[in-house]
Design a protein around this ligand. Structure first.
Ligand code: PMP
Length: 305
């Protein structure tokens, strides 16, 4: 049946999903010249609230800047478009996907002559790695695909083309019976999942994989705050895969994945081999924040009604 996104905001107008169509000769379709965001809105006592909207909109604009793609809307206009989609579809909670892309003009590789188009769609999306992964701990496998080095792809841009790398890794992992892939960088250090950042707990210390060729996750930043509230000092580190094998706990973070505990990596159980206690506590606190149950972080919520 496919995604049911109701009304989609497309180049400034709200239209039914069936009418939000693009040309098969769009530059983005041929060469990956698009940038996007993944945002969630949560159900709260005060109606739906978008989590860290300003940060996501800023990252979208930065992603586009990296690709030399002038976004034809201001941050305020983008925020309004996102809120309009939630209101129009009467969602109490949803996943939101803004996309800025090069449309059709010429099919030379040069993107610059092509018009920049934009859409915002939203739909209901549950636990990204599945409910079982959340309860039992997700099963990871190190991918044979390496995260693109920073002089090969702009890894700080959430660019469509970058996700060829992610989707190769994800497809292989899922075909082999795992929930998600771990991508290493060209030097062999752990980079990230196909769509998540990685943390690990070892000797009572919480470690975040340092930014190298990873996307700078907004959830990752949120977890820094959560962990500090719990009395952890979060240390960004470079780590090899075998350092993760012997961690007490590992978890992944992302807007879609939220906080997902990891049960095993490359057939090695992590800790007890089940979702770790600290990971679950961090997950609980994260879910409290996004659903407006922690006043300290209310400024991160944009209420839509
Ligand atoms: N890395 C990659 C490659 C991603 O696609 C994502 C999801 N946007 C993340 C990390 C996590 O980022 P965030 O927490 O901002 O969703």
């Amino acid at each position: 049946k496919g995604i049911q996104a109701g009304k989609i905001w497309f180049n400034g107008q709200l239209v039914p999903q069936e009418e939000a169509k693009v040309s098969v000769l769009s530059h983005a379709l041929h060469y990956g010249s698009s940038v996007f965001e993944g945002i969630r809105a949560y159900k709260t006592d005060r109606g739906p609230a978008v989590f860290r909207l300003d940060e996501h909109t800023e990252r979208l604009i930065h992603s586009a800047l990296i690709l030399r793609m002038p976004v034809p809307y201001t941050p305020d206009e983008i925020n309004e478009a996102i809120k309009a989609v939630i209101r129009e579809n009467a969602y109490d909670e949803c996943y939101i996907r803004p996309l800025v892309f090069r449309g059709g003009a010429t099919l030379g590789v040069n993107p610059l002559p092509c018009p920049v188009e934009m859409m915002v769609a939203a739909w209901k999306w549950g636990a990204y790695l599945g409910e079982d992964a959340v309860r039992e701990g997700a099963k990871l496998v190190t991918s044979s695909w390496v995260r693109s080095p920073g002089n090969v792809m702009p890894t700080k841009s959430k660019a469509g083309g970058n996700y060829v790398n992610s989707s190769l890794a994800k497809a292989d992992a899922v075909s082999a019976g795992f929930d998600e892939a771990v991508l290493l960088d060209a030097q062999g250090y752990v980079a990230e999942g196909s769509g998540e950042n990685i943390f690990f707990l070892k000797g009572g210390k919480l470690h975040a994989i340092a930014h190298s060729v990873t996307l700078i996750g907004i959830t990752r930043d949120t977890i820094f705050h959560v962990a500090r509230d719990m009395g952890f000092d979060v240390v960004p580190v470079m780590a090899t895969r075998d350092e993760l094998y012997t961690a007490d706990e590992v978890f992944m973070t992302g807007t879609a994945a939220e906080v997902t505990p990891i049960g095993s990596i490359d057939f090695r159980p992590i800790g007890t081999g089940k979702a770790g206690e600290v990971s679950l506590e961090i997950r609980r606190r994260y879910l409290d924040i996004v659903t407006g149950k922690n006043e300290k972080y209310d400024h991160w919520l944009t209420y839509v009604r």
